[in-house]
Write a protein that binds this ligand. Structure first.
Ligand code: C5P
Length: 398
Protein backbone atom coordinates (compact mmCIF):
# COMPACT_ATOMS: atom_id res chain seq x y z
CA UNK A 1 0.00 0.00 0.00
CA UNK A 2 2.02 2.88 -1.34
CA UNK A 3 -0.45 5.67 -0.57
CA UNK A 4 -1.60 4.68 2.92
CA UNK A 5 -3.06 7.63 4.79
CA UNK A 6 -2.77 10.00 1.83
CA UNK A 7 -5.78 12.16 1.04
CA UNK A 8 -6.13 12.78 -2.66
CA UNK A 9 -8.63 15.09 -4.31
CA UNK A 10 -9.16 13.73 -7.81
CA UNK A 11 -10.56 16.26 -10.27
CA UNK A 12 -12.24 14.78 -13.33
CA UNK A 13 -12.87 17.06 -16.30
CA UNK A 14 -14.83 16.53 -19.49
CA UNK A 15 -13.23 14.21 -22.00
CA UNK A 16 -13.63 10.65 -23.14
CA UNK A 17 -10.65 9.65 -20.96
CA UNK A 18 -12.94 10.28 -17.97
CA UNK A 19 -13.80 6.59 -18.15
CA UNK A 20 -10.17 5.81 -17.23
CA UNK A 21 -10.55 7.92 -14.09
CA UNK A 22 -12.86 5.23 -12.69
CA UNK A 23 -10.02 2.71 -12.86
CA UNK A 24 -7.72 5.35 -11.42
CA UNK A 25 -9.95 5.73 -8.34
CA UNK A 26 -9.96 1.95 -7.87
CA UNK A 27 -6.15 1.78 -7.99
CA UNK A 28 -5.70 4.75 -5.67
CA UNK A 29 -8.04 3.19 -3.12
CA UNK A 30 -6.20 -0.13 -3.49
CA UNK A 31 -2.97 1.67 -2.58
CA UNK A 32 -4.57 2.92 0.63
CA UNK A 33 -5.44 6.50 -0.44
CA UNK A 34 -8.62 8.22 0.59
CA UNK A 35 -10.01 9.68 -2.63
CA UNK A 36 -12.41 12.62 -2.88
CA UNK A 37 -13.71 13.00 -6.42
CA UNK A 38 -14.70 16.43 -7.75
CA UNK A 39 -16.12 16.56 -11.27
CA UNK A 40 -16.61 19.36 -13.74
CA UNK A 41 -20.11 19.59 -15.17
CA UNK A 42 -18.81 18.33 -18.53
CA UNK A 43 -17.24 15.27 -16.88
CA UNK A 44 -20.66 14.19 -15.58
CA UNK A 45 -21.76 13.92 -19.23
CA UNK A 46 -19.19 11.16 -19.76
CA UNK A 47 -19.36 9.19 -16.48
CA UNK A 48 -21.97 9.58 -13.79
CA UNK A 49 -20.99 10.63 -10.24
CA UNK A 50 -22.56 7.39 -8.99
CA UNK A 51 -19.68 5.41 -10.52
CA UNK A 52 -17.07 7.47 -8.66
CA UNK A 53 -19.12 7.43 -5.47
CA UNK A 54 -19.24 3.63 -5.53
CA UNK A 55 -15.52 3.31 -6.20
CA UNK A 56 -14.32 5.96 -3.72
CA UNK A 57 -16.91 5.32 -1.03
CA UNK A 58 -17.43 9.09 -0.76
CA UNK A 59 -19.98 11.58 -2.00
CA UNK A 60 -18.93 13.24 -5.23
CA UNK A 61 -19.00 17.02 -5.64
CA UNK A 62 -19.38 19.01 -8.83
CA UNK A 63 -21.61 21.95 -7.99
CA UNK A 64 -20.22 25.14 -6.48
CA UNK A 65 -23.65 25.81 -4.94
CA UNK A 66 -24.10 22.34 -3.46
CA UNK A 67 -26.58 22.65 -0.57
CA UNK A 68 -24.95 19.61 1.13
CA UNK A 69 -22.00 21.85 2.11
CA UNK A 70 -23.07 23.71 5.23
CA UNK A 71 -20.74 26.72 4.97
CA UNK A 72 -20.71 26.97 1.15
CA UNK A 73 -16.93 26.69 1.32
CA UNK A 74 -16.47 23.34 -0.41
CA UNK A 75 -13.62 24.79 -2.47
CA UNK A 76 -11.67 25.76 0.66
CA UNK A 77 -12.56 22.69 2.76
CA UNK A 78 -11.68 20.18 0.04
CA UNK A 79 -8.37 21.76 -0.88
CA UNK A 80 -7.28 22.14 2.78
CA UNK A 81 -7.96 18.49 3.52
CA UNK A 82 -5.84 17.17 0.65
CA UNK A 83 -2.23 15.96 0.56
CA UNK A 84 -2.29 16.32 -3.22
CA UNK A 85 -4.67 17.44 -5.95
CA UNK A 86 -4.70 15.37 -9.11
CA UNK A 87 -6.72 16.28 -12.18
CA UNK A 88 -7.14 13.34 -14.57
CA UNK A 89 -8.19 13.72 -17.25
CA UNK A 90 -7.35 17.39 -17.57
CA UNK A 91 -9.06 18.78 -20.67
CA UNK A 92 -7.60 21.52 -22.87
CA UNK A 93 -10.28 23.88 -21.55
CA UNK A 94 -9.48 23.10 -17.92
CA UNK A 95 -5.73 23.60 -18.50
CA UNK A 96 -6.46 26.94 -20.16
CA UNK A 97 -8.55 28.04 -17.17
CA UNK A 98 -5.82 26.89 -14.80
CA UNK A 99 -3.14 28.80 -16.71
CA UNK A 100 -5.17 31.99 -16.40
CA UNK A 101 -6.40 31.52 -12.85
CA UNK A 102 -10.06 31.36 -13.84
CA UNK A 103 -12.43 30.00 -11.21
CA UNK A 104 -15.93 29.56 -12.63
CA UNK A 105 -16.89 26.18 -11.14
CA UNK A 106 -16.14 24.13 -8.04
CA UNK A 107 -13.12 22.27 -9.43
CA UNK A 108 -11.35 25.31 -10.90
CA UNK A 109 -12.09 27.29 -7.72
CA UNK A 110 -10.73 24.67 -5.34
CA UNK A 111 -7.65 24.23 -7.50
CA UNK A 112 -7.06 27.99 -7.34
CA UNK A 113 -7.51 27.88 -3.55
CA UNK A 114 -5.02 25.01 -3.09
CA UNK A 115 -2.18 24.92 -0.61
CA UNK A 116 -0.83 21.52 -1.66
CA UNK A 117 0.84 20.14 -4.79
CA UNK A 118 -1.15 19.88 -8.03
CA UNK A 119 -0.62 17.23 -10.68
CA UNK A 120 -2.49 17.19 -13.99
CA UNK A 121 -2.79 14.40 -16.57
CA UNK A 122 -3.80 16.05 -19.87
CA UNK A 123 -6.00 14.18 -22.33
CA UNK A 124 -7.07 15.59 -25.67
CA UNK A 125 -6.98 15.23 -29.43
CA UNK A 126 -3.45 15.58 -30.84
CA UNK A 127 -4.19 18.82 -32.66
CA UNK A 128 -5.62 20.39 -29.52
CA UNK A 129 -2.43 19.31 -27.69
CA UNK A 130 -0.21 20.76 -30.44
CA UNK A 131 -2.17 24.00 -30.67
CA UNK A 132 0.09 26.95 -29.77
CA UNK A 133 -2.44 28.10 -27.17
CA UNK A 134 -2.24 24.74 -25.36
CA UNK A 135 1.57 24.77 -25.65
CA UNK A 136 1.65 28.23 -24.05
CA UNK A 137 -0.69 27.12 -21.28
CA UNK A 138 1.36 24.00 -20.50
CA UNK A 139 4.55 26.08 -20.33
CA UNK A 140 2.79 28.47 -17.92
CA UNK A 141 1.57 25.59 -15.74
CA UNK A 142 5.06 24.04 -15.58
CA UNK A 143 6.46 27.45 -14.68
CA UNK A 144 3.89 27.66 -11.88
CA UNK A 145 5.28 24.40 -10.43
CA UNK A 146 2.36 22.23 -11.55
CA UNK A 147 3.42 18.69 -12.40
CA UNK A 148 2.25 17.64 -15.88
CA UNK A 149 1.96 13.85 -16.25
CA UNK A 150 2.15 12.77 -19.88
CA UNK A 151 0.33 12.85 -22.23
CA UNK A 152 1.52 9.93 -24.27
CA UNK A 153 1.33 8.90 -27.92
CA UNK A 154 -1.16 6.40 -29.26
CA UNK A 155 -4.61 5.73 -30.64
CA UNK A 156 -7.15 8.41 -29.80
CA UNK A 157 -10.90 8.16 -29.36
CA UNK A 158 -11.37 10.39 -32.42
CA UNK A 159 -9.69 7.72 -34.58
CA UNK A 160 -6.44 9.64 -34.99
CA UNK A 161 -3.04 8.64 -33.64
CA UNK A 162 -0.68 11.01 -31.91
CA UNK A 163 0.33 12.80 -28.73
CA UNK A 164 -2.49 13.69 -26.38
CA UNK A 165 -3.56 10.34 -24.97
CA UNK A 166 -3.87 10.28 -21.20
CA UNK A 167 -1.38 8.08 -19.34
CA UNK A 168 -2.78 4.74 -18.19
CA UNK A 169 -4.20 4.71 -14.67
CA UNK A 170 -1.31 2.58 -13.39
CA UNK A 171 1.24 5.06 -14.72
CA UNK A 172 -0.57 7.97 -13.07
CA UNK A 173 -0.60 6.11 -9.73
CA UNK A 174 3.15 5.38 -10.08
CA UNK A 175 3.79 9.09 -10.72
CA UNK A 176 1.70 10.06 -7.72
CA UNK A 177 3.58 7.59 -5.50
CA UNK A 178 6.86 9.01 -6.85
CA UNK A 179 5.61 12.51 -6.09
CA UNK A 180 5.59 11.68 -2.35
CA UNK A 181 9.17 10.33 -2.29
CA UNK A 182 12.20 12.43 -1.29
CA UNK A 183 13.88 13.79 -4.44
CA UNK A 184 17.38 12.84 -3.32
CA UNK A 185 18.65 12.00 -6.82
CA UNK A 186 17.34 14.99 -8.76
CA UNK A 187 19.67 15.81 -11.66
CA UNK A 188 21.56 12.49 -11.29
CA UNK A 189 21.80 9.89 -14.04
CA UNK A 190 21.57 6.29 -12.88
CA UNK A 191 22.54 3.26 -14.97
CA UNK A 192 21.49 -0.21 -13.81
CA UNK A 193 21.72 -3.82 -14.87
CA UNK A 194 19.02 -6.29 -13.85
CA UNK A 195 17.74 -9.79 -14.48
CA UNK A 196 19.62 -12.89 -15.61
CA UNK A 197 21.72 -13.29 -18.73
CA UNK A 198 21.18 -16.03 -21.30
CA UNK A 199 24.27 -17.67 -22.76
CA UNK A 200 23.45 -19.53 -25.96
CA UNK A 201 24.64 -23.10 -26.56
CA UNK A 202 22.86 -23.48 -29.88
CA UNK A 203 19.87 -21.70 -31.53
CA UNK A 204 17.37 -23.20 -29.06
CA UNK A 205 19.32 -23.85 -25.86
CA UNK A 206 21.32 -21.86 -23.39
CA UNK A 207 22.59 -21.37 -19.84
CA UNK A 208 20.70 -18.97 -17.61
CA UNK A 209 19.69 -18.60 -13.95
CA UNK A 210 16.59 -18.02 -11.83
CA UNK A 211 16.92 -14.24 -11.39
CA UNK A 212 13.52 -12.62 -12.02
CA UNK A 213 14.82 -9.04 -12.17
CA UNK A 214 12.41 -7.91 -9.44
CA UNK A 215 15.10 -6.40 -7.20
CA UNK A 216 16.80 -4.56 -10.06
CA UNK A 217 13.48 -3.26 -11.38
CA UNK A 218 12.57 -2.08 -7.86
CA UNK A 219 15.88 -0.19 -7.61
CA UNK A 220 15.26 1.38 -11.04
CA UNK A 221 11.81 2.48 -9.92
CA UNK A 222 13.13 3.85 -6.61
CA UNK A 223 15.84 5.82 -8.43
CA UNK A 224 13.22 7.32 -10.78
CA UNK A 225 10.99 8.17 -7.81
CA UNK A 226 13.97 9.95 -6.24
CA UNK A 227 14.18 12.21 -9.30
CA UNK A 228 16.97 10.48 -11.26
CA UNK A 229 17.13 9.94 -15.01
CA UNK A 230 17.26 6.14 -15.16
CA UNK A 231 18.55 3.71 -17.81
CA UNK A 232 17.94 0.04 -17.11
CA UNK A 233 19.88 -2.57 -19.05
CA UNK A 234 17.83 -5.69 -18.62
CA UNK A 235 18.40 -9.36 -19.30
CA UNK A 236 15.40 -11.49 -20.34
CA UNK A 237 12.63 -11.05 -17.72
CA UNK A 238 8.86 -10.91 -17.86
CA UNK A 239 8.43 -7.65 -15.95
CA UNK A 240 6.94 -4.42 -17.32
CA UNK A 241 9.37 -1.51 -17.57
CA UNK A 242 8.92 0.80 -14.55
CA UNK A 243 7.22 4.06 -15.62
CA UNK A 244 9.66 6.84 -16.49
CA UNK A 245 12.58 4.44 -16.91
CA UNK A 246 14.43 3.92 -20.22
CA UNK A 247 15.00 0.21 -20.75
CA UNK A 248 17.53 -1.43 -23.06
CA UNK A 249 16.94 -5.16 -23.57
CA UNK A 250 19.88 -7.50 -23.87
CA UNK A 251 20.30 -11.25 -23.74
CA UNK A 252 23.88 -12.37 -23.11
CA UNK A 253 26.55 -11.12 -20.72
CA UNK A 254 28.58 -9.83 -23.70
CA UNK A 255 25.57 -7.81 -24.91
CA UNK A 256 25.06 -6.45 -21.39
CA UNK A 257 28.75 -5.61 -21.20
CA UNK A 258 28.63 -3.72 -24.53
CA UNK A 259 25.44 -1.84 -23.58
CA UNK A 260 26.87 -0.77 -20.20
CA UNK A 261 30.06 0.51 -21.86
CA UNK A 262 27.95 2.46 -24.40
CA UNK A 263 25.88 4.12 -21.69
CA UNK A 264 28.26 4.54 -18.77
CA UNK A 265 29.87 7.84 -19.76
CA UNK A 266 26.52 9.53 -19.27
CA UNK A 267 25.95 8.27 -15.72
CA UNK A 268 26.73 9.40 -12.18
CA UNK A 269 25.81 6.07 -10.58
CA UNK A 270 26.12 2.48 -11.80
CA UNK A 271 24.14 -0.17 -9.91
CA UNK A 272 24.86 -3.76 -10.98
CA UNK A 273 21.93 -5.86 -9.86
CA UNK A 274 22.01 -8.37 -12.73
CA UNK A 275 22.86 -12.00 -12.10
CA UNK A 276 25.43 -12.12 -14.88
CA UNK A 277 26.56 -15.59 -15.94
CA UNK A 278 30.18 -16.10 -14.92
CA UNK A 279 30.78 -18.39 -17.92
CA UNK A 280 29.44 -18.81 -21.45
CA UNK A 281 29.87 -21.64 -23.96
CA UNK A 282 33.16 -21.12 -25.81
CA UNK A 283 31.50 -22.08 -29.11
CA UNK A 284 27.88 -21.45 -30.05
CA UNK A 285 26.66 -24.12 -32.44
CA UNK A 286 25.01 -22.58 -35.53
CA UNK A 287 22.73 -25.59 -35.83
CA UNK A 288 20.67 -27.33 -33.19
CA UNK A 289 22.84 -29.98 -31.52
CA UNK A 290 21.32 -33.38 -32.31
CA UNK A 291 21.16 -36.33 -29.97
CA UNK A 292 23.59 -38.82 -31.53
CA UNK A 293 22.35 -42.42 -31.49
CA UNK A 294 25.66 -43.93 -30.46
CA UNK A 295 27.99 -41.00 -29.75
CA UNK A 296 28.90 -39.89 -26.21
CA UNK A 297 27.00 -36.90 -24.73
CA UNK A 298 28.51 -33.63 -25.99
CA UNK A 299 30.87 -31.65 -23.76
CA UNK A 300 30.27 -27.92 -23.51
CA UNK A 301 33.49 -26.00 -23.05
CA UNK A 302 33.03 -22.77 -21.12
CA UNK A 303 34.89 -19.49 -21.20
CA UNK A 304 34.76 -16.67 -18.66
CA UNK A 305 32.56 -13.61 -19.11
CA UNK A 306 33.92 -10.14 -18.34
CA UNK A 307 33.12 -8.81 -14.85
CA UNK A 308 31.11 -5.76 -15.89
CA UNK A 309 31.00 -4.17 -12.45
CA UNK A 310 34.73 -4.56 -11.76
CA UNK A 311 35.56 -3.09 -15.20
CA UNK A 312 33.31 -0.08 -14.72
CA UNK A 313 34.65 0.54 -11.21
CA UNK A 314 38.20 0.59 -12.65
CA UNK A 315 37.43 3.29 -15.24
CA UNK A 316 39.34 6.54 -14.68
CA UNK A 317 36.11 8.56 -14.48
CA UNK A 318 34.05 5.83 -12.83
CA UNK A 319 30.55 6.61 -11.64
CA UNK A 320 29.65 5.70 -8.06
CA UNK A 321 29.49 1.89 -8.34
CA UNK A 322 27.14 -0.31 -6.33
CA UNK A 323 27.07 -4.10 -6.42
CA UNK A 324 24.86 -6.91 -5.22
CA UNK A 325 25.95 -10.19 -3.64
CA UNK A 326 23.40 -12.99 -3.41
CA UNK A 327 24.91 -15.72 -1.26
CA UNK A 328 23.71 -18.91 0.33
CA UNK A 329 26.18 -18.70 3.30
CA UNK A 330 28.91 -16.50 4.87
CA UNK A 331 27.19 -13.38 3.56
CA UNK A 332 29.36 -10.87 5.42
CA UNK A 333 32.68 -12.40 4.34
CA UNK A 334 31.69 -12.96 0.73
CA UNK A 335 30.04 -9.55 0.32
CA UNK A 336 32.97 -7.70 1.90
CA UNK A 337 35.53 -9.59 -0.17
CA UNK A 338 33.56 -8.80 -3.35
CA UNK A 339 33.40 -5.15 -2.36
CA UNK A 340 37.18 -5.09 -1.93
CA UNK A 341 38.08 -7.14 -5.01
CA UNK A 342 35.78 -5.12 -7.28
CA UNK A 343 36.90 -1.89 -5.55
CA UNK A 344 33.37 -0.57 -5.06
CA UNK A 345 32.23 1.64 -2.18
CA UNK A 346 28.87 -0.05 -1.56
CA UNK A 347 27.49 -3.56 -1.91
CA UNK A 348 24.06 -4.92 -0.98
CA UNK A 349 24.15 -8.48 0.26
CA UNK A 350 21.28 -10.90 0.64
CA UNK A 351 20.93 -14.52 1.66
CA UNK A 352 19.10 -16.60 -0.90
CA UNK A 353 17.81 -19.35 1.35
CA UNK A 354 14.26 -18.72 0.17
CA UNK A 355 15.38 -18.75 -3.44
CA UNK A 356 15.00 -16.01 -6.04
CA UNK A 357 11.86 -14.36 -7.19
CA UNK A 358 9.94 -13.32 -4.07
CA UNK A 359 8.45 -9.87 -3.57
CA UNK A 360 10.21 -9.41 -0.24
CA UNK A 361 13.87 -9.49 0.59
CA UNK A 362 16.38 -9.01 3.40
CA UNK A 363 19.38 -6.83 2.61
CA UNK A 364 22.53 -5.88 4.44
CA UNK A 365 24.42 -2.91 3.03
CA UNK A 366 28.22 -2.92 3.37
CA UNK A 367 30.29 0.22 2.95
CA UNK A 368 33.33 1.93 4.50
CA UNK A 369 31.30 2.73 7.62
CA UNK A 370 30.56 -0.96 8.25
CA UNK A 371 27.42 -2.99 7.77
CA UNK A 372 23.85 -1.75 7.80
CA UNK A 373 21.16 -4.44 8.06
CA UNK A 374 17.78 -3.45 6.61
CA UNK A 375 14.67 -5.04 8.11
CA UNK A 376 12.91 -7.60 5.86
CA UNK A 377 10.55 -5.66 3.59
CA UNK A 378 9.08 -5.53 0.09
CA UNK A 379 11.78 -5.05 -2.53
CA UNK A 380 10.61 -1.53 -3.42
CA UNK A 381 10.97 -0.35 0.18
CA UNK A 382 14.46 -1.84 0.42
CA UNK A 383 15.32 -0.25 -2.91
CA UNK A 384 14.29 3.15 -1.55
CA UNK A 385 16.58 2.71 1.46
CA UNK A 386 19.43 1.70 -0.85
CA UNK A 387 18.77 4.79 -2.98
CA UNK A 388 18.89 6.98 0.14
CA UNK A 389 22.32 5.56 1.05
CA UNK A 390 23.56 6.02 -2.53
CA UNK A 391 22.40 9.65 -2.41
CA UNK A 392 24.27 10.13 0.87
CA UNK A 393 27.46 8.70 -0.66
CA UNK A 394 27.07 10.95 -3.72
CA UNK A 395 26.73 13.89 -1.35
CA UNK A 396 30.02 12.96 0.36
CA UNK A 397 31.75 12.74 -3.04
CA UNK A 398 30.51 16.24 -3.85
O1 C5P B 1 31.27 -11.74 -8.73
P1 C5P B 1 29.82 -11.88 -8.41
O2 C5P B 1 29.01 -12.34 -9.57
O3 C5P B 1 29.49 -12.68 -7.23
O4 C5P B 1 29.40 -10.37 -8.03
C1 C5P B 1 28.11 -9.92 -8.03
C2 C5P B 1 28.07 -8.48 -8.46
O5 C5P B 1 28.86 -8.24 -9.62
C3 C5P B 1 26.67 -8.07 -8.87
O6 C5P B 1 26.54 -6.70 -8.60
C4 C5P B 1 26.67 -8.36 -10.37
O7 C5P B 1 25.70 -7.59 -11.05
C5 C5P B 1 28.07 -7.95 -10.77
N1 C5P B 1 28.63 -8.73 -11.88
C6 C5P B 1 28.91 -8.13 -13.10
N2 C5P B 1 29.45 -8.85 -14.12
C7 C5P B 1 29.73 -10.15 -13.96
C8 C5P B 1 29.47 -10.79 -12.75
C9 C5P B 1 28.90 -10.05 -11.73
O8 C5P B 1 28.64 -6.94 -13.25
N3 C5P B 1 30.26 -10.83 -14.96
Amino acid sequence: MELSGKRIVLGVTGGIAAYKAAELVRLLVREGASVQVVMSEAATRFVTPVTFQALSGKQVFSDQWDPRVANNMAHIDLSREADALLVAPASADFLAKLAHGLADDLLSTLVLARDCRLLVAPAMNRQMWENPATCRNIATLRGDGIEVLGPTCGDQACGETGLGRMLEAEEIVADLVAHFQAKVLTGRRVLLTAGPTFEAIDPVRGITNLSTGKMGYAVARAAYEAGAQVTLISGPVSLPCPPGVRRIDVCSALQMHAAVHREVAASDVFIAVAAVADYRPAQVSREKIKKGARSAPPTIELTQNPDILAEIAALPEAPLCVGFAAESENLRDYAESKRRSKKIPLIAGNLIHDGFGGDNNTLILFDDDGEHPLAPAPKLQLARQLVARIAAQLGKRG
